[in-house]
Design a protein around this ligand. Structure first.
Ligand SMILES: [Zn+2]
Length: 192
């Protein structure tokens, strides 16, 4: 998928003493969850500047590596993700809530971060709505998304049929659930 448009320029960069929450989507491609630029193999990710190869001082925010710059991208609101409903109609879209830490660059609609960890994720997989947030399920999801979303391996916390209203309605339910968790991550029963 194309790199997301995050607003014209960085508004601020800061070292965040507490995690910032954001939302992302991935595609299941080649049996991996793939972001705009590369596959993720685990729920936790540390940013690398793909243009300069740097790991220190990332994400850049003075234009060192061009616009919109490096870092792990997350959107402030899940519903603001462009084409989310349209993407939901394409099998293999996974949406997630992420915790961002280290250096975080704030943009109008989202963030670029040094580090991220997925707190919860879900997908409309076949005729099922699947949402999970246990460490074991998230680790399995990123290691083998097809098997995990198909229900082989650890159980997701929510597994329900796609509603009679169709995939658009079910994607709205998934978005609601992730945004509820994002508003109160303590509901997960683990550190947010
Ligand atoms: Zn960079």
């Amino acid at each position: 998928m194309p790199a997301p448009a995050w607003g014209p320029r960085a508004e601020a960069a800061y070292w965040s003493p507490s995690p910032v929450h954001g939302y992302r989507v991935w595609r299941v491609q080649s049996r991996a969850l793939t972001g705009a630029r590369r596959p993720w193999r685990a729920p936790a990710m540390t940013a690398v500047c793909l243009r300069t190869g740097a790991t220190a001082g990332v994400p850049h925010w003075n234009g060192e590596c061009g616009a919109p710059g490096c870092g792990i991208y997350a959107r402030r609101e899940l519903r603001g993700i462009r084409g989310l409903r349209a993407r939901a109609s394409v099998p293999g879209t996974v949406a997630g809530l992420v915790s961002l830490s280290g250096t975080v660059v704030e943009h109008e609609h989202g963030y670029r971060a040094e580090r991220s960890a997925v707190l919860a994720a879900g997908s409309l997989w076949g005729d099922r709505l699947v949402v999970g947030w246990s460490d074991a399920w998230l680790a399995a999801l990123f290691a083998d998304p097809v098997a995990t979303l198909s229900g082989r391996g650890p159980m997701a916390q929510i597994e329900a049929p796609v509603t009679a209203g169709g995939r658009g309605v079910s994607m709205a339910i998934l978005a609601d659930r992730l945004e509820e968790i994002g508003a109160d991550p303590s509901a997960l029963g683990r550190e947010g």
